[in-house]
Ligand binder design. Structure first.
Ligand code: FAD
Length: 511
C-alpha cells in the first residue's frame, strides 16, 4: 500500500512514530505554507530556522534512501495552506493512506479531524513519543486534584525516569528542589560567555533570501542568523552548554543584565520544540555531568526541573484544558498592547532591553519573559489575546501548546490559578534586585508617585487593588493587602492617580 508519511514542521526527529516501519513504497511529506507563517506574523529568524531545519531534515532522509516530497514556500503552485498541500499531495502521489504523528497544537488537531472527514483515504494518527508524559498519563495524574502543582508532578516524573534518584528512592542530595540557591543577583563582572556559531549551508542561505524577501514586514531582525539548523549542529550546542555553561546555570538563572541576552541559559528550547533534540537525552547528559562532578547539584536539578518538570507540566495543562483554556481572561484584561512591545521605544530600560533582545535574537530568557514583559502586561491589564499573539510571534521557540499556558497561565494569571498559585505581579523592587536595569533607567525604582517614579510601582498596587475581590482570598497574598490597608487614604489616592497617569502616558506614547 502506498502511504504518505506527513511530518509537521515541529516533528523533525527520526525517532518519531510516523517514520517507524517505513517502506520503499511510502513517501515522506513536508511542506512550508504561508498560512502557518502568517497565522501570527512570526519572527523572520523563527521562519528561517524552521524552513532551513525542515529542508535539512528532508535532505538527510533523502540521503538515507527514502522517498521525500517537499514543497517550498516559494514553489509557484504552493496552495498556501496545510490542508491544501496535503490534499494536493494525496491527489498527485496517488497515496492510499496518510500516517502522521498527533500535532502539537489544538487547532492542528481540528485540521486533521476535518481532513479525516473530507478525504476519501484513512489517516492514522500516532502518539507523539518524544515527551516524558503522555496526554493520558497527565490526565490520570490530574484526575481528582483540586490544584495541579508542578512540583508534585515533577517528583512523579523524577521517580518514573529515575533521574537524580538514589537507589533507596530518595532524591539525590536529600531535597527535591534547590531553587532557593538559584537566585543570585547579577554581579559587575557577569557577562554572557560566547556561543557556538555554525557555517551557513547553501540550504540556509537560500532560505534566508526567501524569508528576507517574503516576510520583511514581520517584526524582528533576520540577520545575523545564529541558530543551529541540523541535529548535528544542535548536538554541538547541547554538549557545549553542558560542559561550559551548566555549572553556572543555577546561580544566575533569574539574573538580568543590560546588554547581556543569554547569560547562562541553554538556548535549547527552539531545538527541543521542533525535535532536533530530545528531552531525555538532554536530562541524561545533565545528570551525567553532575555524577562526574562537572556540575553542581543546584544547577543540574534546576535545569532538569525545567525540562522534565515545567515543560511536561505545561504541555499536560494545555491538552487537559483546551479548547476552553484559550478563552479564559480572569481579570478581563482588555487594554491594547502598547507600541513599545513592537518598537522598544520606552524610557523603561527593562522593557526596552527585553523587547530589543526579542527583536534581535527571537529570544529573551525566562525571567525577562515573565517578570518584565509579562509582569508589565499583567499589572497594566493588557489584552490577554494580544499579549499571547505577541509571545507566539516573537520567540523562535513559540508554539501554542507551550506559549499559551506560560503566557495566559503563568505570566498573566488569566486562567485564574490553574498554572500558578498566585499572580507573578511585582514592583520595581524585584527588577532592581535581580538586574542592573534600574541603574540605567530614566525612572527611579525607589519612588512611587513622582513624575520620575518607576511606573511598575504604582501599577503593581493598582493591579492588586483593582482585582482585590478576585485575589484577597488567595492564601499567599494577605501580607500585600494588610500593607495596603496601612497606607493612609491620601497615599492610596496618590498611588492610584499615578497608575492612571502611567496608563494614559502609555496610550500617548509618553512612557
Ligand atoms: P533554559 O533556561 O536554558 O531552560 C532549559 C529548558 O527548559 C528550556 O530550553 C525549555 O525547553 C524548558 N523550560 C524552561 N522553562 C519552561 C517553561 N516555563 N515552560 C516550558 N518549558 C520550559 N518556552 C517555550 O519553549 N516556548 C514558548 O513559546 C514559551 N513562551 C513563554 C512565554 C512566557 C510569558 C514565559 C514566562 C515563558 C515562556 N516559555 C516558553 C518558557 C521559557 O521562558 C523558555 O522555555 C526559555 O526561556 C527558553 O530558553 P532556554 O532554552 O535558554 O531556557
Amino acid at each position: 500500500m502506498k502511504r504518505l508519511r506527513f511530518i509537521f514542521s515541529d516533528q523533525l526527529s527520526e525517532t518519531i512514530l510516523s517514520l517507524r516501519n517505513i517502506t520503499k513504497d511510502d513517501t515522506i511529506f513536508l511542506c512550508e505554507v504561508s498560512e502557518e507563517a502568517t497565522q501570527v506574523k512570526h519572527h523572520p529568524k523563527k521562519l528561517a530556522f524552521l524552513f532551513a531545519s525542515m529542508r535539512h531534515f528532508a535532505a538527510e532522509l533523502k540521503t538515507q534512501g527514502y522517498h521525500v516530497h517537499y514543497v517550498k514556500i516559494t514553489d509557484h503552485d504552493n496552495t498556501g495552506s496545510l490542508s491544501g498541500e496535503i490534499k494536493r499531495a494525496v491527489r498527485e502521489l496517488k497515496v492510499q493512506k496518510i500516517i502522521l504523528t498527533e500535532p502539537s497544537e489544538y487547532r492542528l488537531k481540528v485540521l486533521v479531524e476535518k481532513l479525516q472527514k473530507s478525504l476519501e483515504i484513512p489517516i492514522e494518527v500516532l502518539r507523539d513519543n518524544r515527551f516524558f508524559c503522555s496526554k493520558d498519563e497527565f490526565k490520570k495524574w490530574a484526575h481528582g486534584k483540586k490544584h495541579f502543582r508542578m512540583e508534585y508532578f515533577y517528583r512523579e516524573m523524577r521517580k518514573k525516569y529515575q533521574i537524580l534518584i538514589e537507589p533507596d528512592g530518595t532524591p539525590t542530595g536529600g531535597k527535591w528542589n534547590y531553587d532557593k540557591e538559584n537566585r543570585k543577583s547579577p554581579t559587575e563582572e557577569l557577562t554572557t560567555p560566547g556561543r557556538k556559531s555554525h557555517k551557513k549551508s547553501a540550504i540556509l542561505k537560500e532560505v534566508l533570501k526567501s524569508v528576507g524577501e517574503k516576510f520583511s514586514d514581520h517584526f524582528g531582525n533576520l540577520e545575523p542568523f545564529h541558530y543551529a539548523v541540523t541535529r548535528k549542529q544542535a548536538l554541538i550546542e547541547l554538549h557545549d552548554f553542558i560542559t561550559r555553561l551548566l555549572p553556572y546555570y543555577g546561580d544566575y538563572q533569574d539574573a538580568m543584565k543590560k546588554g547581556e541576552v543569554y547569560l547562562y541559559h541553554s538556548l535549547l528550547s527552539t531545538y527541543l520544540n521542533v525535535g532536533l533534540l530530545l528531552p531525555l537525552e538532554i536530562c541524561k547528559l545533565a545528570e551525567e555531568a553532575y555524577k562526574k562532578n562537572k556540575a553542581p547539584l543546584n544547577a543540574t536539578e534546576g535545569f532538569i526541573r525545567q525540562i522534565l518538570g515545567w515543560r511536561e507540566y505545561i504541555r499536560g495543562i494545555y491538552w487537559l484544558k483546551m479548547p476552553e483554556y484559550a478563552e479564559l481572561n480572569y481579570f478581563e484584561a482588555k487594554t491594547p498592547l502598547p507600541h513599545f512591545y513592537w518598537d522598544a521605544k520606552t524610557k523603561m530600560t527593562c522593557i526596552a532591553e527585553a523587547v530589543s533582545h526579542s527583536r534581535d535574537h527571537a529570544y529573551s530568557h525566562h525571567i525577562q519573559r515573565l517578570m518584565i514583559t509579562g509582569n508589565f502586561a499583567l499589572i497594566s491589564g493588557l489584552d490577554v489575546k494580544q499579549v499571547q499573539d505577541w509571545y507566539l510571534a516573537v520567540y523562535s521557540d513559540a508554539f501554542e501548546w507551550v506559549e499559551m499556558p506560560n503566557t495566559l497561565g503563568m505570566a498573566l494569571f488569566g486562567d485564574g490559578g490553574i498554572v500558578s498559585s498566585k499572580p507573578y505581579a511585582a514592583s520595581s523592587n524585584y527588577i532592581n534586585k535581580m538586574s542592573n536595569f534600574c541603574d540605567h533607567c530614566y525612572y527611579n525604582p525607589k519612588e512611587m508617585t513622582t513624575e520620575k517614579a518607576c511606573p511598575f510601582n504604582a501599577l503593581y498596587w493598582d493591579f492588586m487593588i483593582r482585582n482585590r475581590d478576585k485575589l484577597d482570598k488567595n492564601q499567599r497574598l494577605p501580607f500585600v493587602y494588610s500593607t495596603w490597608d496601612k497606607f493612609d487614604e491620601e497615599k492610596q489616592k496618590a498611588i492610584r492617580n499615578k497608575a492612571a497617569r502611567s496608563l494614559l502616558c502609555m496610550k500617548n506614547h509618553e512612557i
